[in-house]
Design a protein around this ligand. Structure first.
Ligand code: ADP
Length: 348
């Protein structure tokens, strides 16, 4: 079931926290809402669930306008960061809760509870209480509870952020598998973690300061971000201040070639180059500076090179003989790997 925000605005005490928000999640799609803390992600999710009422705009689920419907009539499953299981109830009763509230026959409740627990690998724990489970297991139960009502839409609000790093990566894989098993369920996934968004989402909606900044596939946002904020929030980026020339751009006194050049000559712009697309030594668009920092990251080295007061990051496959701090170093990048962005809107 698809989700559609139509110019949705939400305000708390006169402060707008979601501003004229438009977004469509296709049926069966996983859409991540990615943005810094306070950017309005949870508010957008809660507007779909029906827990906050838009000041203006409409919410549609599967083409139906649900803006005026209460939460329990929207057919939505929701999982939040803190599990929110009922502590005095056994796992099976937690999962059955929404089904009993809907007055489903006993047999069907039993069947759906075991199906949902099976799906998250918790069938063997049906008789336990939440306190007898680890954090990861509790979150599986919360997911089973959301799935038991067979929702058309699943809302996940930072579902992995209470888990430690190892569990998190396991659960990411589990969520991806679940989605393959439920190909018709649309998922709206709130996170401030770009790794989760890049791993799980078909598309990512990047939010900042109550507004949608960009929306696209992980690859689109990574290869061709529309602005500095998106470039720096999805992956890491070198953002070089440049002046646009006729066929090249000028950075720190050097002419550089870029793939795109639809900016007016003489204007200021930002050149975005991903660190892993920067090479060491001579090549196209060479820039020479001083090595300021070198970090070993297992499979790669990250070099920080100071070019005329600007830091350029280069991620390189592990170097056998890394240069020493203070050495002069030349880096380069291919014109087609450099994207020209509007100047200076990183903090908008
Ligand atoms: P995010 O999920 O991106 O961290 P939220 O949607 O939770 O952002 O919050 C957006 C803004 O709305 C924040 O400034 C937050 O303080 C404010 N906010 C959220 N919920 C309420 C509320 N119930 N009352 C007043 N302000 C709120």
């Amino acid at each position: 079931m698809g989700i559609r925000f139509d110019s949705v605005t939400v305000a708390y005490d006169g402060t707008v926290v979601l501003d004229d928000f438009d977004l469509t999640v296709e049926p069966g799609e996983v859409m991540a809402l990615l943005g810094p803390s306070g950017s309005g992600k949870t508010t957008a999710l809660r507007a779909v669930a029906g827990f906050v009422r838009p000041a203006s705009g409409r919410i549609r689920l599967g083409g139906r306008d649900v803006t005026d419907l209460p939460p329990h009539r929207r057919g939505i499953g929701m999982v939040v960061q803190s599990y929110a299981l009922f502590p005095h109830m056994r796992v099976e009763d937690n999962v059955a809760f929404g089904l009993r509230a809907r007055r489903l026959p006993k047999d069907e409740v039993r069947e759906r509870v075991s199906e949902a627990l099976e799906m998250v690998g918790m069938a063997g724990h049906a008789r336990r209480h939440p306190r007898e489970l680890s954090g990861g297991q509790q979150q599986r139960v919360a997911i089973a509870r959301a799935l038991a009502i067979r929702p058309g839409v699943l809302l996940l609000d930072e579902p992995l952020s209470a888990l430690d790093a190892r569990l998190r990566s396991g659960m990411l894989g589990e969520l991806a598998r679940l989605h393959r098993e439920l190909p018709d369920v649309s998922i709206l996934y709130v996170t401030h973690d770009q790794h989760e968004a890049l791993t799980l989402a078909d598309r990512i909606a990047v939010m900042n300061r109550a507004r949608l900044r960009a929306c696209g596939t992980p690859r689109e946002l990574y290869r061709a971000p529309a602005d500095e904020f998106t470039a720096s929030f999805v992956g890491s980026a070198n953002l070089l201040p440049v002046t646009v020339g006729e066929h090249t751009v000028r950075f720190a006194g050097t002419e550089l070639e870029t793939g795109t050049a639809d900016a007016a000559p003489g204007s200021r712009a930002t050149l975005c180059v991903r660190p892993h697309l920067v090479g060491l030594g001579d090549g196209p668009n060479p820039l020479t500076g001083t090595l300021r920092e070198i970090q070993w990251r297992g499979a790669t080295h990250r070099l920080h090179v100071d070019v005329d007061g600007h830091r350029i990051m280069a991620d390189l496959a592990e170097l056998r003989r890394p240069p020493a701090l203070g050495d002069p170093v030349t880096v380069h990048f291919a014109p087609e790997d450099a994207v020209l962005l509007p100047a200076g809107d990183r903090d908008d």
